[in-house]
Design a protein around this ligand. Structure first.
Ligand SMILES: *Cc1c(COP(=O)(O)O)cnc(C)c1O
Ligand code: SF4
Length: 439
């Protein structure tokens, strides 16, 4: 920590000779002094590139802009910077210019599931609400790489009002995820207003904020901010730590403030080649997170956005990591490993297999140690035999609490009262022949 303090002092002076350590801890000062130029990066870190390197770096930054907070930059260990996880996540790499056929600008088709600008409505009961197009830092592995930095703006109030209206008029939305960019780039006052408006909508039960501030600009988590957030409970916050080195004295302080304000904290990591593709490293990360009251929530397979080729791992790497977490450490330290389906199918969980075989009486399972065991299934089991009528059912879900039930996807196939027996993909030649035959 002392080490960092003197590093912070030194960097503060290099950035602005009149500035002091209290400027350093001011998030607005950090933003004003974010590193956007390769030459500034060189001056501040003492890392120097050859003319040739600089040329290809400039080209990369021309396509995917650079922005690093002085705080995050201060975590780079210069002596082995090429392998430094902070450097790799924040500094341009010419390999970002490699484009492969299967890569897309919007691999998750967020735009297609967007009923009004700024809203992505993909799942039945929750929406993503993009209220900021700016970030305090541009992560090199960002899914929305093509958007962030492109048009640096905070959507105008009338666009936000349009989003709020959509939520107001869509009663099935009970969970709103404020996303971006980084929503904590907005001022406390503006956020307070948006949260207040959301809170006026009776069917909005929870609000979540997705922010990387605790990692890249922990000074954003001020007492004033948490006091404001507290007024709008239940507010949850998901952040984005990828490497144990990101957990510092300052980020711990930010997490403590948030947790003390009663905000449940989650973490979404992205599996990145050369940064965190190691079971031991991930175990260290998740254990450090839970010590700081952060629940590891998702581990994402790196998706198919352009410019991420060099970060991608095979899916087997994620399964290997989960294999070494499940059973080996606290259950609540284990994230769900997900692949966000290209084309907009949403997150698909992927796991090692624990169910080895099955008969009418028994299932055969294995545990994390490789012990193979059997579970004897009940001889007589009376299924409640759901016919979709909760009022007459013996299970006491009071009807007031029961939401109207619309089976979706595989739920339909499992239910007794829906007559669907198979789900059939459209647009196959076979189905087209059938349609043709009907007419
Ligand atoms: C991830 C995501 C959500 C939230 O999903 P959870 O599994 O509830 O965290 C909602 N909408 C979109 C479009 C998403 O990508
Ligand atoms: S466990 Fe292996 S891969 Fe992971 S950090 Fe240690 S040496 Fe590297």
């Amino acid at each position: 920590m002392e080490n960092y303090r003197s590093r912070h002092d030194e960097l503060t002076k290099k950035i602005d000779s009149d500035a002091t350590i209290s400027n350093w801890r001011d998030w607005q000062w950090q933003l004003r002094n974010s590193i956007k130029k390769i030459s500034t990066f060189e001056t501040l870190t003492g890392i120097h590139f050859s003319d040739e390197e600089r040329k290809s770096l400039e080209e990369t930054v021309g396509k995917f802009p650079l922005s690093i907070t002085p705080y995050y930059l201060s975590l780079i260990q210069v002596d082995d910077y090429q392998n430094d996880p902070i450097f790799l996540q924040s500094f341009a790499d010419p390999r970002e210019l490699i484009v492969q056929d299967w890569e897309k600008e919007d691999p998750l088709s967020e735009d297609e599931d967007s009923p009004v600008p700024g809203i992505t409505h993909r799942y039945p009961d929750r929406v993503l609400f993009h209220i900021s197009n700016v970030c305090s830092m541009y992560c090199r592995h960002c899914t929305r790489k093509r958007k962030v930095g492109d048009v640096d703006y905070i959507p105008a109030k009338d666009q936000v009002i349009q989003g709020l209206d959509y939520i107001k008029n869509t009663p099935q939305v009970r969970d709103v995820l404020l996303s971006g960019g980084d929503p904590l780039m907005l001022s406390d006052q503006y956020l307070d207003w948006i949260l207040g408006e959301l809170r006026k909508i009776p069917h909005v039960e929870v609000v979540r904020i997705g922010s990387r501030m605790p990692v890249v600009l922990p000074y954003r988590i001020t007492d004033e901010l948490v006091e404001m957030l507290k007024k709008h409970h239940p507010v949850w916050l998901n952040t984005h730590f990828n490497h144990p080195r990101e957990i510092t004295h300052s980020s711990r302080k930010a997490l403590t403030k948030l947790a003390d304000a009663g905000i449940p904290l989650g973490n979404q990591s992205v599996l990145l080649a050369g940064v965190n593709d190691c079971p031991r490293l991930m175990k260290t990360l998740v254990q450090k997170l839970v010590r700081n009251r952060v629940r590891p929530y998702y581990l994402y397979q790196c998706d198919l956005s352009e410019g991420l080729t060099h970060f991608r791992t095979p899916v087997g790497k994620g399964i290997e990591i989960l294999e070494s977490l499940i059973g080996h450490t606290s259950g609540f330290a284990v994230p769900t490993y997900v692949i966000d389906a290209p084309g907009g199918g949403g997150k698909i969980p992927v796991m090692p297999n624990y169910l080895l075989s099955w008969s009418p009486h028994k299932v055969i399972l294995r545990n994390y140690e490789g012990v193979i065991t059997t579970y004897q299934e009940p001889e007589h089991y009376q299924d409640p035999g759901c016919d979709g009528d909760c009022e007459r059912c013996t299970l006491q879900l009071k009807f007031d609490d029961a939401e109207e039930f619309n089976a979706v996807g595989l739920e339909k196939l499992l239910s007794n009262w829906d007559e669907t027996t198979s789900l059939t993909p459209e647009n196959t030649e076979r189905m087209e022949r059938r349609d043709g035959g009907d007419q």
